[in-house]
Ligand binder design. Structure first.
Ligand SMILES: Nc1nc2c(c(=O)[nH]1)N[C@H]1C(S)=C(S)[C@@H](COP(=O)(O)OP(=O)(O)OC[C@H]3O[C@@H](n4cnc5c(=O)[nH]c(N)nc54)[C@H](O)[C@@H]3O)O[C@H]1N2
Ligand SMILES: Nc1nc2c(c(=O)[nH]1)N[C@H]1C(S)=C(S)[C@@H](COP(=O)(O)OP(=O)(O)OC[C@H]3O[C@@H](n4cnc5c(=O)[nH]c(N)nc54)[C@H](O)[C@@H]3O)O[C@H]1N2
Ligand SMILES: [Mo]
Length: 914
């Protein structure tokens, strides 16, 4: 229904629910606004009165941000009365501000609108209680003397990000935002997403990087603003880099399809790694005889390396690999590509190995990540990507989050889950660790035993079957193999599984019913599901559960493995996988090879290549002698990393292309200094299947070069006839060989910034929800694949009585290569910790903060104990970001037979006083 009314004498239309302010904006009429933010998720509040308009026949003026028009209404936004009233409001607000010359944000909306209305100073006296600055947080400066109590920060914190840290307190003149119980911001439970800073219209809340520490004078002004995408996680938040004097002064969220202007602490405050003094700025060649170990100081690599020209370094890099190929055959060389780079880079890395070495020994961190999920999804539904975007959680009645910790690892996706709960959705969190913030928002918390997902999920499916909750129509029309599944499930009653998974049968029944009977339910999962020797089985169960209840293919339903790296979806799509070519085309399939051979003009090997951990083993066996690593840090991220490091040291020739002298680069023969994400052009694909455009804001430092250019030069030196001059040339080739990119062109991405695949037409939006009609399997039907119980590869015993689980923290990225060189992030989490239940600590006679030694059959590390009451008593959790206590010294390299993913989430350990 549309409402017709007039705005300043012009006939205009409003959609149902649209406010006068929104219609005015759409019509190009500027109405000042301070307490209102047009971004999705912000509720208009109408408290600041900066947006008042006159409505014919009404005695008082109306706040246009909350007022919806009525049919036939005559609205005057520019009448004398409206303008005078708005100007008075500004004068009153300005009276209470620090003077313009010492404003905390001279470019704030408040000062911009004041200027536009000719308000430079106030005729009224100001408040006499200026607040002292709160500089307790490393990322944000709080200066409440500029606060106008508009409540935007509180709405940002409570309603948009749903972190519930900021509240409005006190009365009258003293009404102002407080953190928790009026704590200093830095001592509060703030997770530093910075949404409040982005929302604040006055400079009361500012990124600390752009206010002077002494005077608190600052400005959000920037010389230039460059639109790009965040380089951290798979959410794919759109950002703007705000540049000043050739550096990134601060970052803001943009209204992208995945993030709708939201960001997390890393995407907002984690960019100074780019400017780290430890950036690689010149090519390096290992000094003759320098030992291959970790005794290299990344601030001074010249003990082990010498500077080289690009010519010399590229020759050395290529010749070393070519020599091995010519002497021992191409299979003696392998490659690791990157999920932190662009699609175009990933595509060229896989092509480089396939074309220059004639085989498929090329893989990347997807192997350590969702390889098992993808194996199960390909087998079950014929496609490895998500069936629906995470934002659709807002449409779901029931949301299941299993083995994922999105408040820390996909924080912006988590905001949608939390918002859904606020508006009534049920949230089921299944995780052995109760410590995840997501648990706090859950309506159903299942803190089950680690490694028992199959037992729990089979029991849930048993309930679905035995209680008649199967969606028989859906099963009949969209699936196959259900009878076998039904028979298989008979043994897995909740009563029989309760002890194994540590969850009462009644709870299992309740959650199964909740999911099965929901109108719309979505499942999100992460590494807690995938990183097991039975990871593929875990994912098979999730797929079966969704299929038998018909919870796929409609809005608000679906299967969503939350993809991890910013471009792991894209790198996988691009074929950076040893058994498949771009778009998951099997190397073993003759027709597939024929198609690629025709497109590429070189023979493609029919033999699947080796995976990340298999390559490490093949190095130990002497079968692989040369390795090219672009943008990965296996010397920290691989399981049983001492074994992996020994392999790196044993190589005849290792080429590492990175932005830092990582632990992996320390073993290199040639180090190629590359471009960080804000220094390059390229596309990335996020967890929602949204292909997005990344743009450069800065040049690479020193002699460092764009990754793509390095790759092309390396390819040429290996004899490849490559003439790509720009990322768009590579993208064009990708679009020719990858059906998934149909109707997505470089020009379109430059124009639209993001397009979801699959996309039906050049001018149509992509398909957000897929498989409503059929699955991309022969016959169009999805397949049920039963999974039985299997123990983790190494279970606790008398010597190693505890379970070690590893994972992440909000502030750090994987191996710490980037975030431990990001000042604010490292200040927030400066040192390695082992989380233990306080009762476990007491049993060991230890206190929080004391040093512990965590040991497994592979090694030992020493680090500080952290108390975490929500951890099970026989578990220890260690994040893997810290080289001084590298969690992967401890982990087990046993792999899942299908996904070939290692068991990062479970091995036997003991913890002792250090
Ligand atoms: N801050 C930050 N964010 C990141 C990353 C990062 O390094 N730092 N990395 C990115 C990447 S690549 C990825 S893949 C994602 C990973 O994101 P997540 O999947 O959230 O990763 P994890 O924290 O490793 O593990 C998730 C959860 O699995 C639980 N878990 C452990 N064992 C089991 C089990 O046996 N069963 C079940 N069901 N759960 C279990 C853990 O308690 C943990 O809460 O994060 C991405 N985002
Ligand atoms: N114990 C344990 N181990 C794990 C996991 C776990 O849960 N527990 N999780 C696993 C998972 S899910 C993943 S995804 C892997 C991640 O494993 P990795 O991918 O090895 O980890 P990152 O630290 O992200 O490494 C990325 C590297 O790329 C570099 N880099 C960043 N940007 C660029 C660029 O633009 N160009 C170039 N050339 N280099 C760049 C960084 O400096 C860094 O060295 O770790 C796995 N390992
Ligand atoms: Mo990952």
């Amino acid at each position: 229904m549309t409402i017709r009314f007039t705005l300043d004498g012009r006939a205009v239309e409003a959609r149902e629910g649209e406010t006068i302010w929104e219609v005015a904006r759409r019509e190009g009429t500027t109405i000042p606004h301070l307490c209102h933010r047009p971004e999705p998720g912000y509720r208009p509040d109408g408290n600041c009165r900066a947006c008042m308009v006159e409505i014919e026949g009404e005695r008082v003026l109306a706040a246009s941000c909350i007022r919806t028009p009525a049919e036939g209404m005559a609205v005057k936004s520019a009448s004398e009365r409206a303008r005078t009233a708005r100007k008075l409001v500004m004068e009153l607000l300005v009276a209470d501000q620090p003077p313009r010359e010492t404003a905390h944000d001279a470019a704030s909306p408040l000062w911009r609108f004041a200027d536009a209305q000719g308000v430079t100073h106030a005729r009224f006296p100001g408040r006499d209680h200026p607040a002292a600055p709160d500089l307790s947080h490393p990322a944000m400066a709080v200066n409440l003397d500029a606060c106008i109590s508009c409540t935007l920060c509180a709405r940002a914190c409570r309603e948009v990000q749903v972190n519930d840290v900021i509240g409005m307190a006190y009365r009258g003149d003293h009404h102002r935002p407080v953190f928790d119980l009026d704590d200093p911001m830095g001592a509060s439970t703030c997770v530093a997403c910075g949404e409040c800073v982005q929302a604040c219209p006055t400079g009361a809340l500012m990124p600390a990087s752009i206010v002077d520490r002494e005077t608190q004078v600052g400005s959000r002004g920037a010389d230039e603003s460059v639109d790009s995408v965040c380089p951290y996680c798979g959410v794919g938040c759109q950002i703007s880099y705000k540049l000043r004097d050739g550096t990134i002064a601060y970052v803001e969220g943009r209204d992208g399809p995945a993030n709708e202007s939201r960001l997390c602490v890393k995407g907002r405050f984690g960019f100074d790694y780019v400017a780290s003094p430890q950036r690689l700025t010149v090519p390096l060649i290992r000094r003759e005889g320098a030992p291959k170990n970790l005794d290299v100081d990344p601030t001074n690599p010249f003990t082990h390396f010498r500077e080289a020209s690009w010519e010399e370094a590229l020759d050395a890099a290529a010749n070393g690999l070519a020599r091995i190929r010519d002497a021992r055959g191409g299979r003696a060389v392998a490659g690791f590509g990157s999920a932190k780079g662009s699609n175009e880079e990933a595509y060229l890395v896989q092509k480089l190995i396939r074309q220059a070495f004639g085989h498929n020994n090329v893989d990347h961190c997807t192997r350590l990540c969702h390889a098992s999920s993808v194996a199960a999804l390909m087998e079950g539904i014929g496609s490895g990507a998500v069936t629906a975007p995470f934002n659709d959680a807002l449409l779901a009645d029931v949301i299941v989050v299993i083995g994922a910790n999105p408040t820390e690892n996909h924080p912006v996706a988590a905001t949608y889950f939390k918002q859904a709960v606020k508006s009534g959705a049920k949230l089921v969190v299944m995780d052995p660790r109760g410590s995840t913030l997501m648990m706090r928002h859950a309506t159903h918390r299942l803190r089950f035993r680690p490694g028992t997902d199959v037992a729990l999920l089979n029991a849930m499916m048993n309930v679905v079957v035995t209680e008649g909750l199967v969606d028989r129509d859906y099963v009949a029309t969209h699936t196959e193999g259900f009878e076998r599944m039904e028979a298989h499930l008979a043994a897995y009653t909740p009563e029989a599984m309760a002890e194994r998974c540590g969850i009462e049968a009644g709870t299992i029944r309740e959650v199964a019913r909740l999911y099965a009977t929901a109108e719309r339910a979505m499942i999100f999962w992460g590494m807690g599901v995938s990183q097991h020797t039975h990871g593929t089985d875990n994912a098979r169960c999730l797929i079966s559960l969704a299929l038998m209840t018909g919870q796929v293919g409609r809005p608000g339903t679906g299967l969503h493995p939350l993809r991890g790296q910013n471009n792991v979806q894209g790198a996988s799509d691009a074929g950076l996988i040893p058994m498949v070519l771009p778009d998951y085309a099997r190397v073993g399939d003759e027709a597939v090879r024929a198609r690629f051979e025709a497109a590429w003009g070189f023979p493609v090997s029919a033999q699947p290549g080796l995976t990340v951990t298999e390559i490490i083993d093949a190095i130990h066996a002497g079968d692989i002698r040369g390795l090219y690593v672009m943008g990965e840090n296996p010397a920290m991220s691989d399981p049983d990393v001492v074994h992996a490091r020994e392999a790196l040291a044993a190589l005849e020739h290792l080429v590492v292309q990175d932005i830092f002298l990582t632990e992996t680069a320390m073993y290199a023969d040639v180090v190629l200094p590359a471009s960080a994400w804000p220094e390059k052009t390229g596309t990335v694909t996020n967890t929602n299947r949204q292909v997005q455009m990344g743009r450069p804001a800065l040049p690479p430092p020193g002699e460092a070069r764009e990754d793509l250019a390095i790759l092309v030069d390396l390819g040429r030196r290996l004899g490849l006839p490559w003439d790509y001059a720009h990322a768009r040339d590579v993208f064009a080739e990708m679009a020719r060989v990858m059906p998934s990119l149909a109707n997505i062109t470089w020009e379109r991405l430059e124009r639209e910034d993001a397009v979801t695949y699959p996309c039906p037409a050049p001018d149509a939006p992509g398909q957000a929800v897929v498989f409503g009609d059929a699955f991309p399997r022969a016959g169009g039907k999805a397949l049920f694949v039963p999974a039985g119980l299997r123990d983790p590869a190494e279970t606790p015993d008398a010597d190693f009585p505890m379970v070690l689980t590893t994972g992440r923290q909000l502030e750090h990225w994987h191996t710490g290569a980037m975030t431990r060189r990001a000042g604010i992030l490292d200040a927030l989490e400066p040192a390695p910790t082992a989380s233990l239940n306080p009762r476990t600590l007491a049993r060991l006679g230890l206190g929080a903060g004391e040093s512990v030694r965590v040991e497994t059959r592979r090694g030992a590390i020493v680090l500080d104990a952290r108390a975490d009451a929500a951890l099970q008593e026989d578990m220890v959790f260690v994040p893997f970001a810290y080289v001084e206590a590298a969690a992967n010294v401890l982990t087990n390299s046993a792999i899942d037979p299908d996904g070939k993913i290692p068991e990062f989430k479970y091995c036997a350990a003991r913890v002792v006083r250090a």
